[in-house]
Structures are given as C-alpha cells and as structure tokens.
Design a protein around this ligand. Sequence first.
Ligand SMILES: *Cc1c(COP(=O)(O)O)cnc(C)c1O
Length: 388
Amino acid sequence: MPLHTGRHFLQIPGPTNVPDEVLAAMSAPTIDHRGPEFAALGHEVLAGLGPVFGTTQPVVVYPGSGTGAWEAALTNTLSPGDTVLAFETGHFATLWQEMATRLGLRVEFVPGDWRHGADPEAARERLAPDTEHAIKAVCVVHNETSTGVTSRVPDVRRAMDSAGHPALLLVDTISSLGSIDYRHDEWGVDVTVGGSQKGLMLPPGLGFNAVSEKALAASRSAGLPKSYWDWEPIMATNRSGFWPYTPATNLLYGLRVALRMLDEEGLANVFARHQRHAAATRAAVRAWGLEVLCADEREHSGSLTAVLVPDEVDADEVRRVVLERFDMSLGAGLGRLAGTVFRIGHLGHFNDLMLAGTLSGVQMGLQLAGVKIDPAGVAAALAVLEQQ
Ligand SMILES: *Cc1c(COP(=O)(O)O)cnc(C)c1O
C-alpha cells in the first residue's frame, strides 16, 4: 500500500466516522462500574437513548455487536418451535433468519429480489390466514445495509393490524438508528434492535434492544434458553444506573457525547441531512450513467447508496483502486451482490464537503478502473448540495 497523508475516508455503511469529541470522551480513565459516578453516567445514557428510538419504554444496552442484539430480541421473546415471519430484503435479513433457524425457531421467509423492502401486502397475505396464531413474531430489517433499501415499517404494522394478528413486531434498526426517521412507540414496534457503530457515531461494541410492554410480557413466558441476553436482570439493575456485569464503560462515555450531539442538532435535522446527502449521491450515480440498486422511489435509504456496476465490471476492483489511490474505503457487495455492487456510506458524522470528497474519489476511481461513465456525477451532486 502506498503511504497516505491526511484523513482516511471511511465511507463504508458502518462502522462510520467517529467524531473527535466522542474519541476524546472515550479516552478518559475507566471508573468503578459500581460507584456513584458510574450511576450518573448510566442514568444519563439510558434516558438519552429513549428519544433516539422514539420510545418512553426501556432500552437495554449490551456490550456486544448488533448480531448479539438480534439474538437478544429472539431469545427474550420466543419459544422453541415458534414460527417467525421474515422477509428476504438482503444479506442482513438472511443472516437474521438463519440465526432464528439455528435457535430452534421455524422461519417463514418471504422471498425477495434484494431491491425492495419488506412487502406489507405479503405480510398481510401470510398473517390473515394464520387464525391459530402460529406466527409469533414478524422480523423486519428497517434499513437493509446490503442493498440501501429502507422498509416501510408503519405499512408493515398496518398490515399486521388489518390482519388482526397479535404477532410481535421485531425490527432491526442497526444502520438506521440516528440517521433515518424511526419511531418505536408510534409505529407499534415490540423490539427494536440497534448497534453503536453506524448512525450513533460510536466505535463497534454496543448492542441495543428497545422493549415494548407487550414484548416484556412475552419475555416472562418465552422458552428459548437465555442467560447473558436476559433482559430481566439488566432492567432491574439499570433502575439504579448499573449493569449486572461489567459494562463497556468507555463506550458509554462516547455514547453520552454522541447522544448530546444528536440532541443538539435535533433528530429531525439529522434525518433531513441524511436524506439530502442520499439525494445528492443518487444524482451523482445517475449522472454517471449507473444504476442505484434500490428499485422503489419510496424506499431509498438515507444512510447508504448501493451502486450497480455494468456486467463486465468487477465492483471489488473499483473499490480496490479507490482504496489504493485515494485512501477511501467503500462498502463491498455482500452475499449474492458480491462483485456486482459497491456501497457508499453517507451516514453518521458527515457533511457536504465530506460527501463531495467521497463522490470525487468514487468518480475518479470508476474512471481509473476503466468503467465507462459520464464524469458529470460530482457536478450533479454539488448542484443538489448548493440548492438547499
Ligand atoms: C451492521 C448490521 C448488522 C450487524 O451488526 P454487527 O454489529 O456487525 O453484528 C445487522 N443488521 C444490519 C441492518 C446492519 O447494518
């Protein structure tokens, strides 16, 4: 690798760029996790998370990856042999349902083309005939990070209600929390799964479950084995600001600052900023003469854009050139999209000129990799950024 100067561009859709203020906060000395200073930290971050999830109900914070928080959502609410309904929106939805199967659940996996979100009509069609209520949970990935498609969760909720079905609604917001509008309470979600390293602007290492009353009630009779992920002892100790085991103290320092930053900008402004950067990115992609993977105008992701490359091009070669020449990391195509798309992350701690730099690197990289594009993409994006 050649020697690079200046800042690396980390434009994968998570982990994302960590603000200096967060890094500085995390470098403070670790404190006694059973002492009074810790309780103040615990209370502040637990209270501050509610608005980000759009909930007044408890949010459980784990030292763990998003994958761990997936497992927590399933094992706290379900019993061996229960059926869950899931949608093949992309790589992450596929991994989550594989986990459910491994845990001893039955999965009805609605097939998809990896260019659309969860289909509310398909949900209604599966739920309405299930008069015995064999389906215990509906699992939706809000923002499919492998495809750049955002599912319409309120429409899925309406489909469940119109079918009169009592299943729990479990939603993965790992790459939408703090970047795309999301409302746990208002949308009637039972468990919202989150992670620290995407819209929340932290390093990897925290997983979250926001828990509805109904999910909490389900957890009291759920039969899947759980120990580390068990909500009950965590919620009990959280009431006094603590955890039942050693929490990730320094990540919580970072979380405290990140939550203050989101609050200061205002969540509505945070969401609008992401939508605007996504629109500018799509303008660039289309001006280059390339195709955005998301095939439904209502479902474009605010946090990332997946770009299809022409058949004869290897998307990983484009990413390799961009990394080597311009010191920028782009997201790879995952699962069945390997080699056919690259993903531009535009979420988290980000601004207009960072996007301009990102798209400049992509445009130059495409040309250096020999992809036939119209070099009008960056100008098209700048025109969008100039407008508002
Ligand atoms: C990143 C991501 C995950 C996995 O999170 P890890 O922290 O890598 O375990 C799951 N779902 C979605 C939608 C993601 O973006």
